[in-house]
Design a protein around this ligand. Sequence first.
Ligand code: AMP
Ligand code: MN
Ligand code: MN
Ligand code: MN
Length: 280
Amino acid sequence: MTPANFDFHCHSSVSDGLLPPAVVARRAAANGVDFWALTDHDDLGGLVEARAVAEEAGMRFCNGVEISIEWNGVPIHVVGLGFDAANPALVGGLTALREGRVERAKRMGDALAAIGMPGIYEGALTYATNSCLISRAHFARYMVSIGIAKDVPGIFQYYLTPGKPGYVDHRWVSLQDAIGWIEAAGGVAVVAHPARYKALSNSDMRRFLGDFKDLGGRGIEIVCGSHSPDHVLHYARLARHFALHASRGSDFHGPEESYVDLGRLPQLPEDLKPVWRLIA
Ligand code: AMP
Ligand code: MN
Ligand code: MN
Ligand code: MN
């Protein structure tokens, strides 16, 4: 079957999405998605529920995850698709990654306390459905709730992005480890939302994609919630140059917090090889 509407990037409340996996699955189906992956940050805990509801609703489903990595000190996200979710290297690697997130979140809390905002880590935790998976999005939601800014983007802009008082450096996993875990588990590694890495120049991006490909990465998101039509053209050229398969994903987090809704995306440029072809 050739999918007419695949969406391989979105989040549930297992990471920093607002809706439980079953609700995200039903929403994807209602929006006409016919091949779907749930890609929570650094956690596989939603996949069983997502698959069951997706298949009940008539969608094809593949396992997904969005892994937080660093490359030359720059935080980057790599989506894994179609892997065996019981693979010990992948499961163990993600467990360590989540522990690192908790430690980082405490340091973020300390950094905010130092500018006169105590208790933010504890407050952010109350916004994390999964206490093992805490993200800057949970900090932002809690900080909006206590009136520090009027919305989540405002909190990111003034407190949670590089150079701002609540942002702390963190050692994520290496590109090599993330690709290694995904591919060893029989999956496909995909560069998430490439236009969002403002710290990478054009030549850095080309070097990154060269490393990604050399280490076994096989895909890149071309059509995604945060890409403009110009971004699509630009990254389609890079996908052709590096012979990468093309992915498509909304990066949906919740009805009020997303660029686009599940499945509501343009089609991929026709000549690109869609990444679903690599997934059994
Ligand atoms: P973390 O993985 O903890 O660094 O948090 C990153 C998450 O925060 C992303 O996956 C988004 O969900 C959210 N996020 C990042 N930047 C922004 C922004 N400028 N506005 C709103 N949400 C953002
Ligand atoms: Mn997120
Ligand atoms: Mn991301
Ligand atoms: Mn995402």
